[in-house]
Every structure is written in C-alpha cells, then in structure tokens.
Design a protein around this ligand. Structure first.
Ligand SMILES: Nc1ncnc2c1ncn2[C@@H]1O[C@H](COP(=O)(O)OP(=O)(O)OP(=O)(O)O)[C@@H](O)[C@H]1O
Length: 258
C-alpha cells in the first residue's frame, strides 16, 4: 500500500457556533481520486478548505503531503485548489492567463497550446476571460490548474457550468492526472462525473463522513479494496492511520491557487 499523502483523523469544525464537520476521517494515496458527495451544506467545501489549510479544525488531526497544511510556497507548489471563480486580469487574454501560469511553474504539465486544446479554448484564446461564458471560464480555471505541476488537486464542484460532454471529457483528464500519480479530492454533486473518474466516494451527511458504498457511519477512511490507487473500488473501512500531525490554520493565499 502506498504511503497516504492525506490523512484526516477525527476532524471536527465549528462555524458560527454550529458543528459543520464531526469526527471525519479520510486517507488518500498517490494516484487516487476521491469524490466527496453530499447535500448542500453537508460540509464538502469545509472539508476541502481544511485540506488546503484554509480552515482550522476545532478538533482532530490533518496531514497533507507529510505535514500539516501550511501557508508557504512549497505547499502551494504541490497543491492546487479550484473553488470559487478566481479574479481574472482584465487586460490579459485567455492565452496570456495560461502563459502567466506557464511562466511561473516549471516544468509545466501542459504547454499552453496543449492546454487550450485540451480545454477546448482555442477559438477563445485571444478573448478576455471576462467575455467568456460561465462554462468557458470554468474550463479556463481548470486549464490553469492542470497546466501547472502538482501532486494534489482539490476541486470544489469542478462540474460547475460545464456541459455534459465536457464533464465526461473532464473525467478523462482527471483519470490521466491520477494515472500519472496525482491525487484528486473533489467535492461534487455530479455522481456521473464521480463514477466516470472511477473515484472512491465519500458521503458527507450532517458533517459525518461515510464510505459511499459501505455506508459505514463516521468512517471515511477507505483505501482502494484492491490496493491499487484510483482503481475505483470503495474503501474497506480499515482502521485509521496512526500518528498524523495536528493541522494548523493559515490564511487564505489566493495568489498560489489556480
Ligand atoms: N463562515 C461561515 N459561518 C457560519 N456557517 C458557515 C460558514 N461557512 C459555511 N457555513 C455553514 O457550514 C455548512 C457547510 O457548508 P459547506 O459550504 O462546507 O457545505 P457544502 O457541502 O460545500 O455545500 P454546497 O453543496 O451547497 O456547496 C453549511 O451549513 C453552511 O451554512
């Protein structure tokens, strides 16, 4: 079994005086895709924010890439968070946004032309992002995220604004990212997308996590049943990993995110 790059143990989060996450556990290994599903308000985004170190847990322990999520450039060079739409530079075109990302991150996973092609943005390459449709802007957000090298993708509803054809295409892109050794944690309402990526599914219900297929209450610590990361099998509810370090809060750092 590969060493997990994410270990979440008994994490609890309170927001506005209310418990949002309770006793949540999760592990993920390189090459694995985990889909976090659940109703509106179930705590999916909050869990992602914890993994990104943007939300401090009230209790429990978090280990991401060998330590607590931390607000430094080394952490953000390995981790990409795609959540709310980023601020676009009004004076730069779609291509120039990608070139900016390409210039900062070396070596890139994708060259700019390849990213434009993969995300079907060639015909809008010289347009301002502000003139794109919602789905086109989401494709640009994802292109920015996938162009740069990373080890962990945190995606909050990546399907937002995408048509059904592109959602299936996105599943292929994410599978390829995982096959190359990357790990994806995505909050999603699109079960077809989750299934198309062969993701292990974690269900959040009222802040509690359970394996999507076994339904073990309070247990989201599933490893792939076959031992092959990202093979799409549900977790088996093994005991949680030992001795992860405590997570520490840090401020949001949008400049380091896609
Ligand atoms: N800053 C905040 N203060 C108080 N409560 C908050 C805050 N942010 C989120 N919450 C509450 O925490 C709960 C979980 O929110 P979260 O955004 O994590 O849910 P979600 O599962 O991602 O929902 P959705 O599917 O609608 O995106 C919700 O009940 C929400 O109202």
């Amino acid at each position: 079994m590969p060493t997990p790059i994410i270990t979440v143990r008994d994490v609890g989060v309170d927001l506005g005086g209310n418990p949002v996450l309770r006793d949540v556990g999760l592990t993920a290994v390189p090459g694995e895709i985990v889909a976090v599903i659940g109703a509106n308000g179930a705590g999916k985004s909050t869990l992602l924010r914890c993994l990104a170190g943007l939300q401090s847990p009230a209790s429990g322990e978090l280990d991401v890439l060998g330590g607590p999520p931390r607000d430094d450039s080394a952490f953000w060079r390995d981790v990409v968070l795609v959540g709310d739409e980023p601020a676009w530079y009004p004076g730069l075109t779609v291509r120039e946004h990608l070139e900016l990302m390409r210039a900062v991150h070396t070596p890139p996973r994708l060259e700019v032309d390849a990213a434009l092609g993969l995300f079907d943005l060639e015909r809008r390459a010289d347009a301002s992002p502000l003139t794109l449709s919602t789905g086109q802007r989401q494709r640009l957000s994802l292109a920015n995220a996938l162009l740069r090298p990373s080890r962990l993708l945190l995606l909050d509803e990546p399907e937002r604004g995408l048509d059904s054809t592109f959602r299936q295409h996105l599943a292929t892109i994410l599978r390829e990212y995982a096959t190359a050794g990357g790990t994806v944690i995505m909050a999603t309402h699109d079960l077809r997308l989750a299934e198309a990526t062969l993701a292990r599914q974690i269900v959040l219900t009222d802040g509690h996590a359970a394996d999507g297929r076994s339904g073990n209450e309070h247990m989201a610590d599933g490893h792939p049943r076959s031992g092959h990361p990202g093979d799409g099998h549900p977790g088996n509810g093994r005991p949680r990993d030992e001795h992860p370090e405590n997570g520490h809060p840090r401020d949001e750092h949008p400049g380091d995110r896609a």
